[in-house]
Design a protein. Structure first.
Length: 560
Protein backbone atom coordinates (compact mmCIF):
# COMPACT_ATOMS: atom_id res chain seq x y z
CA UNK A 1 0.00 0.00 0.00
CA UNK A 2 1.35 3.42 -0.88
CA UNK A 3 0.61 6.61 0.97
CA UNK A 4 -2.04 8.68 -0.76
CA UNK A 5 -3.24 12.04 0.54
CA UNK A 6 -6.95 11.93 1.28
CA UNK A 7 -7.39 15.62 2.02
CA UNK A 8 -8.52 14.82 5.59
CA UNK A 9 -5.38 16.16 7.25
CA UNK A 10 -6.03 19.56 8.82
CA UNK A 11 -5.27 22.31 6.30
CA UNK A 12 -3.76 25.71 6.98
CA UNK A 13 -7.17 27.37 7.50
CA UNK A 14 -7.84 25.01 10.39
CA UNK A 15 -4.47 25.63 12.04
CA UNK A 16 -5.28 29.00 13.61
CA UNK A 17 -5.50 29.96 17.26
CA UNK A 18 -9.23 30.79 16.97
CA UNK A 19 -10.26 27.59 15.21
CA UNK A 20 -8.09 25.18 17.20
CA UNK A 21 -9.17 26.70 20.52
CA UNK A 22 -12.84 26.26 19.57
CA UNK A 23 -12.33 22.70 18.31
CA UNK A 24 -10.41 21.75 21.46
CA UNK A 25 -13.14 23.12 23.74
CA UNK A 26 -15.74 21.20 21.76
CA UNK A 27 -13.66 18.00 21.93
CA UNK A 28 -13.61 18.20 25.73
CA UNK A 29 -17.25 19.18 26.15
CA UNK A 30 -18.55 16.44 23.88
CA UNK A 31 -16.41 13.72 25.46
CA UNK A 32 -17.15 14.62 29.07
CA UNK A 33 -20.67 16.08 28.96
CA UNK A 34 -22.62 15.91 25.69
CA UNK A 35 -21.84 12.35 24.60
CA UNK A 36 -22.50 10.75 28.03
CA UNK A 37 -25.78 12.72 28.21
CA UNK A 38 -26.70 11.70 24.64
CA UNK A 39 -26.78 15.30 23.51
CA UNK A 40 -24.40 14.91 20.55
CA UNK A 41 -24.77 13.18 17.19
CA UNK A 42 -23.29 13.24 13.70
CA UNK A 43 -25.70 13.97 10.84
CA UNK A 44 -25.37 15.43 7.35
CA UNK A 45 -21.63 15.91 7.68
CA UNK A 46 -21.88 17.87 10.94
CA UNK A 47 -21.50 17.18 14.63
CA UNK A 48 -24.67 18.46 16.30
CA UNK A 49 -24.48 19.36 20.00
CA UNK A 50 -27.29 20.45 22.28
CA UNK A 51 -26.74 22.23 25.59
CA UNK A 52 -30.06 21.48 27.30
CA UNK A 53 -29.49 23.63 30.38
CA UNK A 54 -28.73 26.73 28.29
CA UNK A 55 -31.00 25.76 25.38
CA UNK A 56 -28.14 26.24 22.92
CA UNK A 57 -27.64 24.21 19.75
CA UNK A 58 -24.25 24.05 18.06
CA UNK A 59 -22.80 22.40 15.01
CA UNK A 60 -19.43 22.02 13.26
CA UNK A 61 -18.35 20.31 10.05
CA UNK A 62 -16.87 16.84 10.62
CA UNK A 63 -14.02 16.12 8.25
CA UNK A 64 -13.59 12.57 9.62
CA UNK A 65 -15.85 10.49 11.87
CA UNK A 66 -14.08 8.52 14.61
CA UNK A 67 -15.19 5.13 15.92
CA UNK A 68 -14.68 6.33 19.50
CA UNK A 69 -16.24 9.77 19.01
CA UNK A 70 -12.89 11.59 18.76
CA UNK A 71 -14.01 13.23 15.53
CA UNK A 72 -11.93 15.62 13.46
CA UNK A 73 -13.56 18.99 12.76
CA UNK A 74 -13.23 21.62 10.08
CA UNK A 75 -14.10 25.31 10.04
CA UNK A 76 -15.88 27.48 12.58
CA UNK A 77 -18.41 26.32 15.16
CA UNK A 78 -21.95 27.58 14.52
CA UNK A 79 -25.01 28.26 16.70
CA UNK A 80 -28.68 28.06 15.73
CA UNK A 81 -30.23 31.47 16.42
CA UNK A 82 -33.78 30.38 15.67
CA UNK A 83 -33.65 31.20 11.98
CA UNK A 84 -30.13 30.35 10.74
CA UNK A 85 -26.77 28.93 11.71
CA UNK A 86 -24.42 31.77 12.74
CA UNK A 87 -20.69 31.62 13.53
CA UNK A 88 -19.59 31.24 17.16
CA UNK A 89 -16.13 32.45 18.18
CA UNK A 90 -13.96 30.60 20.68
CA UNK A 91 -14.65 33.10 23.46
CA UNK A 92 -18.42 32.88 23.00
CA UNK A 93 -18.20 29.08 22.92
CA UNK A 94 -16.17 29.06 26.14
CA UNK A 95 -18.88 31.18 27.74
CA UNK A 96 -21.62 28.76 26.70
CA UNK A 97 -19.60 25.82 28.02
CA UNK A 98 -18.92 27.64 31.29
CA UNK A 99 -22.62 28.40 31.76
CA UNK A 100 -23.59 24.80 31.03
CA UNK A 101 -20.95 23.44 33.41
CA UNK A 102 -22.05 25.76 36.20
CA UNK A 103 -25.65 24.61 35.82
CA UNK A 104 -24.55 20.97 35.60
CA UNK A 105 -22.16 20.96 38.56
CA UNK A 106 -23.57 23.68 40.78
CA UNK A 107 -20.05 25.11 40.93
CA UNK A 108 -18.84 28.36 39.37
CA UNK A 109 -15.37 29.11 38.05
CA UNK A 110 -14.48 32.74 37.42
CA UNK A 111 -10.98 31.71 36.26
CA UNK A 112 -12.07 29.49 33.38
CA UNK A 113 -12.56 32.06 30.63
CA UNK A 114 -9.28 33.72 31.50
CA UNK A 115 -7.41 30.42 31.32
CA UNK A 116 -8.94 29.62 27.93
CA UNK A 117 -7.91 33.09 26.79
CA UNK A 118 -4.35 32.50 28.08
CA UNK A 119 -4.13 29.27 26.10
CA UNK A 120 -5.46 30.98 22.97
CA UNK A 121 -2.99 33.84 23.37
CA UNK A 122 -0.07 31.42 23.71
CA UNK A 123 -1.03 29.71 20.46
CA UNK A 124 -1.50 33.05 18.69
CA UNK A 125 1.87 34.38 19.90
CA UNK A 126 3.67 31.17 18.93
CA UNK A 127 2.16 31.17 15.44
CA UNK A 128 3.26 34.78 14.96
CA UNK A 129 6.75 33.93 16.18
CA UNK A 130 7.03 30.88 13.92
CA UNK A 131 6.38 32.80 10.71
CA UNK A 132 9.28 31.87 8.44
CA UNK A 133 10.12 28.99 10.76
CA UNK A 134 13.35 27.07 10.15
CA UNK A 135 13.21 23.67 11.93
CA UNK A 136 16.05 22.68 14.22
CA UNK A 137 18.61 20.44 12.56
CA UNK A 138 18.39 17.91 15.40
CA UNK A 139 15.25 15.86 14.63
CA UNK A 140 14.65 15.02 18.30
CA UNK A 141 14.86 18.64 19.46
CA UNK A 142 12.64 19.69 16.56
CA UNK A 143 9.99 17.13 17.57
CA UNK A 144 10.09 18.28 21.21
CA UNK A 145 9.55 21.88 20.18
CA UNK A 146 6.83 21.30 17.58
CA UNK A 147 3.69 21.07 19.71
CA UNK A 148 2.13 24.41 18.88
CA UNK A 149 -1.48 23.50 19.74
CA UNK A 150 -1.14 20.98 22.56
CA UNK A 151 -3.44 18.29 23.93
CA UNK A 152 -6.70 18.27 21.96
CA UNK A 153 -8.72 16.92 24.90
CA UNK A 154 -7.63 19.57 27.39
CA UNK A 155 -9.64 22.82 27.58
CA UNK A 156 -6.57 25.02 28.18
CA UNK A 157 -3.70 23.06 26.62
CA UNK A 158 -1.36 26.02 26.25
CA UNK A 159 -2.33 28.14 29.26
CA UNK A 160 0.66 29.51 31.10
CA UNK A 161 1.22 32.21 33.67
CA UNK A 162 2.12 35.64 32.35
CA UNK A 163 2.07 37.29 28.96
CA UNK A 164 4.16 36.29 25.97
CA UNK A 165 6.82 38.81 26.95
CA UNK A 166 7.61 36.69 30.02
CA UNK A 167 7.78 33.25 28.43
CA UNK A 168 8.51 33.73 24.72
CA UNK A 169 12.28 33.37 25.12
CA UNK A 170 11.78 30.17 27.18
CA UNK A 171 9.00 28.43 25.24
CA UNK A 172 9.82 25.25 23.33
CA UNK A 173 7.40 26.19 20.55
CA UNK A 174 9.54 29.23 19.69
CA UNK A 175 12.66 27.13 19.11
CA UNK A 176 14.42 28.76 22.05
CA UNK A 177 17.60 27.68 23.78
CA UNK A 178 19.42 29.37 26.63
CA UNK A 179 22.13 28.80 29.26
CA UNK A 180 21.08 28.34 32.87
CA UNK A 181 21.60 30.26 36.07
CA UNK A 182 23.92 28.51 38.49
CA UNK A 183 24.14 28.70 42.25
CA UNK A 184 26.91 27.25 44.39
CA UNK A 185 25.54 26.11 47.73
CA UNK A 186 27.61 25.44 50.85
CA UNK A 187 27.50 21.70 51.53
CA UNK A 188 25.69 21.99 54.86
CA UNK A 189 22.76 23.65 53.06
CA UNK A 190 22.61 21.20 50.18
CA UNK A 191 19.80 18.67 50.17
CA UNK A 192 20.37 15.88 47.69
CA UNK A 193 20.00 12.18 47.03
CA UNK A 194 21.43 9.82 44.46
CA UNK A 195 23.93 10.28 41.65
CA UNK A 196 24.47 13.93 40.64
CA UNK A 197 27.43 13.40 38.32
CA UNK A 198 25.50 14.59 35.24
CA UNK A 199 24.68 17.84 37.03
CA UNK A 200 28.18 18.33 38.40
CA UNK A 201 29.64 17.93 34.91
CA UNK A 202 27.83 21.05 33.70
CA UNK A 203 29.79 23.58 35.77
CA UNK A 204 32.56 23.10 38.35
CA UNK A 205 31.97 24.36 41.87
CA UNK A 206 33.72 27.71 42.46
CA UNK A 207 35.20 26.56 45.79
CA UNK A 208 35.66 23.37 47.83
CA UNK A 209 32.75 22.48 50.06
CA UNK A 210 30.09 23.74 47.66
CA UNK A 211 27.59 21.94 45.43
CA UNK A 212 26.44 23.39 42.13
CA UNK A 213 22.76 23.91 41.42
CA UNK A 214 21.23 24.72 38.03
CA UNK A 215 18.21 27.03 38.00
CA UNK A 216 15.86 28.04 35.18
CA UNK A 217 16.56 31.75 34.48
CA UNK A 218 12.83 32.50 34.58
CA UNK A 219 12.53 30.78 37.95
CA UNK A 220 15.52 32.63 39.38
CA UNK A 221 13.96 35.92 38.35
CA UNK A 222 10.78 34.96 40.24
CA UNK A 223 12.57 33.72 43.39
CA UNK A 224 15.48 36.14 43.65
CA UNK A 225 13.45 38.47 45.85
CA UNK A 226 12.91 35.88 48.60
CA UNK A 227 14.41 37.27 51.80
CA UNK A 228 15.78 33.94 53.02
CA UNK A 229 17.62 33.46 49.72
CA UNK A 230 18.96 37.02 49.69
CA UNK A 231 20.28 36.56 53.23
CA UNK A 232 21.99 33.28 52.30
CA UNK A 233 23.68 35.00 49.36
CA UNK A 234 24.81 37.90 51.51
CA UNK A 235 26.32 35.45 54.06
CA UNK A 236 28.16 33.57 51.33
CA UNK A 237 26.29 30.32 52.00
CA UNK A 238 24.88 30.58 48.48
CA UNK A 239 26.99 32.03 45.67
CA UNK A 240 25.28 33.37 42.57
CA UNK A 241 27.52 32.12 39.74
CA UNK A 242 25.37 33.86 37.15
CA UNK A 243 24.41 32.70 33.68
CA UNK A 244 26.94 30.14 32.49
CA UNK A 245 27.49 26.73 30.97
CA UNK A 246 26.05 25.14 27.84
CA UNK A 247 22.76 26.07 26.21
CA UNK A 248 19.68 23.99 27.01
CA UNK A 249 16.64 23.40 24.81
CA UNK A 250 13.19 23.41 26.46
CA UNK A 251 11.24 20.23 25.75
CA UNK A 252 7.49 19.85 25.31
CA UNK A 253 6.91 20.11 29.06
CA UNK A 254 8.48 23.62 29.07
CA UNK A 255 10.31 23.25 32.39
CA UNK A 256 12.30 20.11 31.51
CA UNK A 257 15.35 21.11 29.48
CA UNK A 258 17.68 19.08 27.27
CA UNK A 259 21.37 19.56 26.56
CA UNK A 260 22.23 17.51 23.44
CA UNK A 261 26.04 17.49 23.72
CA UNK A 262 26.01 16.08 27.23
CA UNK A 263 22.81 14.12 26.49
CA UNK A 264 21.20 15.15 29.77
CA UNK A 265 17.78 16.41 30.83
CA UNK A 266 17.18 18.63 33.84
CA UNK A 267 13.69 18.71 35.30
CA UNK A 268 13.66 22.16 36.87
CA UNK A 269 11.14 23.81 39.13
CA UNK A 270 9.12 26.57 37.52
CA UNK A 271 6.55 28.46 39.57
CA UNK A 272 4.36 28.87 36.51
CA UNK A 273 0.93 27.37 35.93
CA UNK A 274 1.07 25.27 32.77
CA UNK A 275 -2.30 23.74 31.79
CA UNK A 276 -3.54 22.62 35.23
CA UNK A 277 -0.61 22.81 37.60
CA UNK A 278 2.18 24.99 38.94
CA UNK A 279 5.24 23.09 37.76
CA UNK A 280 7.51 23.04 40.78
CA UNK A 281 9.24 19.97 42.14
CA UNK A 282 7.49 19.29 45.44
CA UNK A 283 9.65 17.88 48.23
CA UNK A 284 8.05 14.46 48.05
CA UNK A 285 8.55 14.41 44.27
CA UNK A 286 12.27 15.02 44.65
CA UNK A 287 12.77 12.05 46.99
CA UNK A 288 10.12 10.03 45.18
CA UNK A 289 11.95 10.25 41.86
CA UNK A 290 15.09 8.71 43.31
CA UNK A 291 13.12 6.01 45.14
CA UNK A 292 11.17 5.10 41.99
CA UNK A 293 14.32 5.10 39.89
CA UNK A 294 15.88 2.49 42.19
CA UNK A 295 12.77 0.36 41.77
CA UNK A 296 12.03 0.65 38.05
CA UNK A 297 15.52 0.46 36.58
CA UNK A 298 16.00 -3.24 37.53
CA UNK A 299 12.48 -3.89 36.22
CA UNK A 300 13.29 -2.32 32.86
CA UNK A 301 16.55 -4.23 32.67
CA UNK A 302 14.46 -7.41 32.85
CA UNK A 303 11.80 -6.10 30.46
CA UNK A 304 14.47 -5.22 27.90
CA UNK A 305 15.48 -8.87 27.72
CA UNK A 306 11.90 -9.71 26.64
CA UNK A 307 10.93 -6.59 24.73
CA UNK A 308 14.00 -5.45 22.89
CA UNK A 309 14.75 -1.76 22.79
CA UNK A 310 12.52 -0.57 25.64
CA UNK A 311 13.94 1.52 28.49
CA UNK A 312 13.04 4.10 31.09
CA UNK A 313 15.17 7.23 31.15
CA UNK A 314 16.84 7.21 34.56
CA UNK A 315 16.33 9.90 37.18
CA UNK A 316 19.31 9.05 39.36
CA UNK A 317 19.38 12.06 41.66
CA UNK A 318 18.11 15.45 42.78
CA UNK A 319 19.63 18.48 44.45
CA UNK A 320 18.16 21.52 46.16
CA UNK A 321 18.83 24.10 48.85
CA UNK A 322 17.66 23.63 52.42
CA UNK A 323 17.67 26.98 54.20
CA UNK A 324 16.10 26.11 57.53
CA UNK A 325 13.39 24.07 55.86
CA UNK A 326 12.02 26.99 53.83
CA UNK A 327 9.60 25.24 51.46
CA UNK A 328 9.54 27.99 48.83
CA UNK A 329 13.31 27.69 48.39
CA UNK A 330 13.54 23.91 48.75
CA UNK A 331 10.85 23.23 46.14
CA UNK A 332 11.47 26.29 43.99
CA UNK A 333 15.15 25.46 43.42
CA UNK A 334 14.91 21.67 43.32
CA UNK A 335 16.29 20.01 40.19
CA UNK A 336 15.90 16.37 39.13
CA UNK A 337 18.58 14.95 36.86
CA UNK A 338 17.41 12.72 34.02
CA UNK A 339 19.65 10.68 31.76
CA UNK A 340 19.55 11.28 28.02
CA UNK A 341 18.41 9.16 25.10
CA UNK A 342 21.60 8.31 23.24
CA UNK A 343 22.83 5.57 25.55
CA UNK A 344 19.67 3.60 24.78
CA UNK A 345 19.54 4.03 21.02
CA UNK A 346 20.73 1.48 18.52
CA UNK A 347 22.93 2.65 15.64
CA UNK A 348 20.98 4.43 12.93
CA UNK A 349 17.90 4.98 15.09
CA UNK A 350 16.53 8.53 15.48
CA UNK A 351 14.54 9.50 18.60
CA UNK A 352 11.28 11.41 18.13
CA UNK A 353 8.63 12.56 20.58
CA UNK A 354 5.49 10.43 20.23
CA UNK A 355 3.24 13.50 20.59
CA UNK A 356 4.86 15.05 17.51
CA UNK A 357 4.32 11.86 15.50
CA UNK A 358 0.61 11.83 16.44
CA UNK A 359 -0.04 15.57 16.12
CA UNK A 360 -3.39 16.35 14.46
CA UNK A 361 -1.89 19.55 13.06
CA UNK A 362 1.38 18.51 11.38
CA UNK A 363 3.96 21.11 12.37
CA UNK A 364 6.93 18.74 12.46
CA UNK A 365 8.84 16.46 10.13
CA UNK A 366 8.29 13.83 12.82
CA UNK A 367 4.54 13.58 12.08
CA UNK A 368 3.50 10.12 10.96
CA UNK A 369 2.60 11.09 7.40
CA UNK A 370 6.23 12.14 6.88
CA UNK A 371 7.54 8.92 8.42
CA UNK A 372 5.39 6.82 6.11
CA UNK A 373 6.78 8.56 3.02
CA UNK A 374 10.28 7.39 3.96
CA UNK A 375 9.39 3.73 3.43
CA UNK A 376 6.75 1.80 1.51
CA UNK A 377 3.90 3.83 3.02
CA UNK A 378 2.10 0.84 4.53
CA UNK A 379 0.24 2.18 7.59
CA UNK A 380 -0.83 -1.26 8.84
CA UNK A 381 2.74 -2.57 8.88
CA UNK A 382 3.92 0.62 10.62
CA UNK A 383 1.13 0.36 13.20
CA UNK A 384 1.73 -3.33 13.84
CA UNK A 385 5.40 -2.64 14.57
CA UNK A 386 4.52 0.34 16.76
CA UNK A 387 2.03 -1.56 18.91
CA UNK A 388 4.50 -4.43 19.35
CA UNK A 389 6.99 -2.01 20.87
CA UNK A 390 4.62 0.09 22.99
CA UNK A 391 2.02 -2.21 24.53
CA UNK A 392 3.89 -5.21 26.02
CA UNK A 393 6.29 -3.39 28.38
CA UNK A 394 3.53 -1.16 29.78
CA UNK A 395 1.20 -4.11 30.36
CA UNK A 396 3.98 -6.23 31.86
CA UNK A 397 4.99 -3.42 34.22
CA UNK A 398 1.46 -3.27 35.59
CA UNK A 399 0.38 -6.91 35.63
CA UNK A 400 3.70 -8.55 36.45
CA UNK A 401 5.56 -5.92 38.50
CA UNK A 402 2.81 -3.77 40.03
CA UNK A 403 4.20 -0.59 38.43
CA UNK A 404 1.84 1.98 36.93
CA UNK A 405 3.59 3.72 34.08
CA UNK A 406 2.24 6.94 32.56
CA UNK A 407 2.87 6.41 28.83
CA UNK A 408 0.98 9.38 27.46
CA UNK A 409 2.20 10.97 24.25
CA UNK A 410 4.60 13.44 25.89
CA UNK A 411 6.19 10.72 28.02
CA UNK A 412 7.20 8.41 25.19
CA UNK A 413 10.12 8.74 22.80
CA UNK A 414 9.99 6.61 19.68
CA UNK A 415 13.15 5.49 17.92
CA UNK A 416 12.67 5.19 14.15
CA UNK A 417 14.84 3.66 11.45
CA UNK A 418 15.92 5.54 8.33
CA UNK A 419 12.81 4.19 6.53
CA UNK A 420 10.53 5.67 9.21
CA UNK A 421 9.65 2.33 10.80
CA UNK A 422 9.42 2.21 14.62
CA UNK A 423 12.36 0.39 16.18
CA UNK A 424 12.42 1.33 19.89
CA UNK A 425 10.25 2.88 22.58
CA UNK A 426 11.70 4.82 25.51
CA UNK A 427 9.65 5.97 28.48
CA UNK A 428 10.34 8.98 30.69
CA UNK A 429 9.20 11.06 33.66
CA UNK A 430 8.81 9.24 36.95
CA UNK A 431 6.49 11.92 38.38
CA UNK A 432 3.45 10.08 37.03
CA UNK A 433 4.79 6.59 37.75
CA UNK A 434 3.12 4.87 40.71
CA UNK A 435 3.33 1.48 42.38
CA UNK A 436 0.75 -0.94 43.75
CA UNK A 437 1.25 -1.40 47.52
CA UNK A 438 0.55 -5.14 47.48
CA UNK A 439 3.53 -5.67 45.19
CA UNK A 440 5.96 -3.35 46.94
CA UNK A 441 5.13 -3.17 50.65
CA UNK A 442 8.76 -3.80 51.70
CA UNK A 443 10.14 -1.00 49.51
CA UNK A 444 7.39 1.36 50.63
CA UNK A 445 8.01 0.63 54.30
CA UNK A 446 11.51 2.08 53.97
CA UNK A 447 10.22 5.48 52.79
CA UNK A 448 9.01 8.43 54.84
CA UNK A 449 5.22 8.71 54.95
CA UNK A 450 5.11 12.00 52.99
CA UNK A 451 7.06 10.32 50.18
CA UNK A 452 5.38 6.91 50.38
CA UNK A 453 1.74 7.97 50.07
CA UNK A 454 1.98 9.94 46.79
CA UNK A 455 3.85 7.03 45.13
CA UNK A 456 0.99 4.54 45.39
CA UNK A 457 -2.26 3.77 43.60
CA UNK A 458 -4.76 1.11 44.48
CA UNK A 459 -5.48 -1.51 41.82
CA UNK A 460 -8.52 0.23 40.31
CA UNK A 461 -6.98 3.68 40.17
CA UNK A 462 -3.76 2.24 38.82
CA UNK A 463 -5.50 0.38 36.02
CA UNK A 464 -7.58 3.43 35.07
CA UNK A 465 -4.39 5.45 34.78
CA UNK A 466 -2.62 2.82 32.67
CA UNK A 467 -5.62 2.25 30.40
CA UNK A 468 -6.23 5.96 29.94
CA UNK A 469 -2.61 6.97 29.23
CA UNK A 470 -1.85 3.93 27.09
CA UNK A 471 -5.05 3.36 25.13
CA UNK A 472 -6.96 6.66 25.14
CA UNK A 473 -4.30 9.36 25.31
CA UNK A 474 -1.66 7.49 23.32
CA UNK A 475 -2.94 4.63 21.15
CA UNK A 476 -6.20 6.26 20.06
CA UNK A 477 -4.48 9.54 19.18
CA UNK A 478 -1.70 7.87 17.21
CA UNK A 479 -4.33 5.75 15.50
CA UNK A 480 -6.30 8.91 14.67
CA UNK A 481 -3.29 10.38 12.91
CA UNK A 482 -3.05 7.26 10.76
CA UNK A 483 -6.81 7.23 10.14
CA UNK A 484 -6.62 10.82 8.91
CA UNK A 485 -4.49 9.50 6.07
CA UNK A 486 -6.59 6.38 5.43
CA UNK A 487 -10.08 6.73 6.98
CA UNK A 488 -11.28 3.37 5.66
CA UNK A 489 -8.53 1.63 7.64
CA UNK A 490 -9.73 2.73 11.09
CA UNK A 491 -11.44 -0.61 11.89
CA UNK A 492 -8.34 -2.50 10.74
CA UNK A 493 -6.14 -0.28 12.90
CA UNK A 494 -8.29 -1.01 15.96
CA UNK A 495 -8.28 -4.71 15.08
CA UNK A 496 -4.49 -4.68 15.35
CA UNK A 497 -4.78 -3.08 18.81
CA UNK A 498 -7.16 -5.85 19.84
CA UNK A 499 -4.84 -8.50 18.40
CA UNK A 500 -1.84 -7.23 20.38
CA UNK A 501 -3.84 -6.99 23.61
CA UNK A 502 -5.20 -10.50 23.04
CA UNK A 503 -1.71 -11.88 22.38
CA UNK A 504 -0.31 -10.42 25.59
CA UNK A 505 -3.33 -11.58 27.60
CA UNK A 506 -3.26 -15.14 26.26
CA UNK A 507 0.46 -15.47 27.01
CA UNK A 508 0.26 -13.98 30.50
CA UNK A 509 -2.67 -15.57 32.32
CA UNK A 510 -5.53 -13.59 30.76
CA UNK A 511 -5.70 -10.76 33.32
CA UNK A 512 -9.27 -9.81 34.18
CA UNK A 513 -8.87 -6.18 33.11
CA UNK A 514 -7.67 -7.16 29.64
CA UNK A 515 -10.40 -9.74 29.20
CA UNK A 516 -12.93 -7.05 30.07
CA UNK A 517 -11.47 -4.68 27.47
CA UNK A 518 -11.57 -7.37 24.81
CA UNK A 519 -15.26 -7.92 25.57
CA UNK A 520 -15.97 -4.22 25.03
CA UNK A 521 -15.95 -2.74 28.54
CA UNK A 522 -15.67 1.07 28.18
CA UNK A 523 -12.28 2.73 28.22
CA UNK A 524 -11.53 5.28 30.97
CA UNK A 525 -11.12 8.81 29.56
CA UNK A 526 -9.65 11.42 31.91
CA UNK A 527 -12.01 14.32 32.53
CA UNK A 528 -9.66 17.25 31.94
CA UNK A 529 -12.48 19.75 31.42
CA UNK A 530 -14.34 18.86 34.60
CA UNK A 531 -11.06 18.73 36.51
CA UNK A 532 -10.18 22.23 35.39
CA UNK A 533 -13.71 23.51 36.02
CA UNK A 534 -13.77 22.19 39.60
CA UNK A 535 -10.17 23.36 40.18
CA UNK A 536 -8.98 20.07 41.58
CA UNK A 537 -5.40 18.84 41.54
CA UNK A 538 -4.44 16.46 38.75
CA UNK A 539 -4.04 13.56 41.17
CA UNK A 540 -7.80 13.78 41.83
CA UNK A 541 -8.74 13.39 38.19
CA UNK A 542 -11.83 11.37 37.39
CA UNK A 543 -12.54 9.18 34.37
CA UNK A 544 -15.47 9.08 32.00
CA UNK A 545 -16.50 5.78 30.32
CA UNK A 546 -15.61 5.95 26.64
CA UNK A 547 -17.27 3.49 24.24
CA UNK A 548 -14.67 0.88 23.36
CA UNK A 549 -13.83 -0.21 19.81
CA UNK A 550 -12.03 -3.32 21.03
CA UNK A 551 -14.74 -5.98 21.13
CA UNK A 552 -14.88 -8.49 18.29
CA UNK A 553 -18.56 -7.75 17.63
CA UNK A 554 -17.94 -4.00 17.41
CA UNK A 555 -15.09 -4.40 14.95
CA UNK A 556 -17.04 -6.82 12.78
CA UNK A 557 -19.92 -4.37 12.62
CA UNK A 558 -17.56 -1.47 11.83
CA UNK A 559 -16.15 -3.27 8.81
CA UNK A 560 -19.54 -3.90 7.21
Amino acid sequence: MTLVSTGLVADASTRTADVVTAHTLLNCFVREVSAPERQATVADGHLLVRMPRRDVRLRVVVRRVSLIGAHRFSGVVQRWDGAAWVPVGWRELAGYIGDELELRTGVGNEEFLGQVADSHETIRAVLDHRAGWVPHSDAFVESEQSLVFGHRFHPTPKARTGGAGQWLEYGPETGSSFPLRYLAVRSEFVREEGDLSLLDALLPAPAPGFGVLAVHPWQYRMLSGLQVLREAISRGDVIDAGIAGPGFWPTASVRTLYEPDGDVFLKLSLNVRLTNCVRKNAGYELSGAVALNRLVQPMFAELATRFSGCAMLAEPGYRSVDLGGDVAVLEGLGVIVRSGVRTHLRPGVTPLLAAAIADEYPTSTAQVRHLLTRGDGNPLAWWDAYLGLLLPPVLAAYFEYGVVLEPHLQNVIVGVEADGMPAQVLFRDLEGTKILPDHHHHALAELAADVREPLTYDTERGWNRVAYCLLVNHVSEMLSALADLHPALEPALWTLVRDHLHTYASQNGNPLQLRALLYGVPLPAKTNLLLRWTRRADRHAGYMPLPSPLSEDFLQEATR
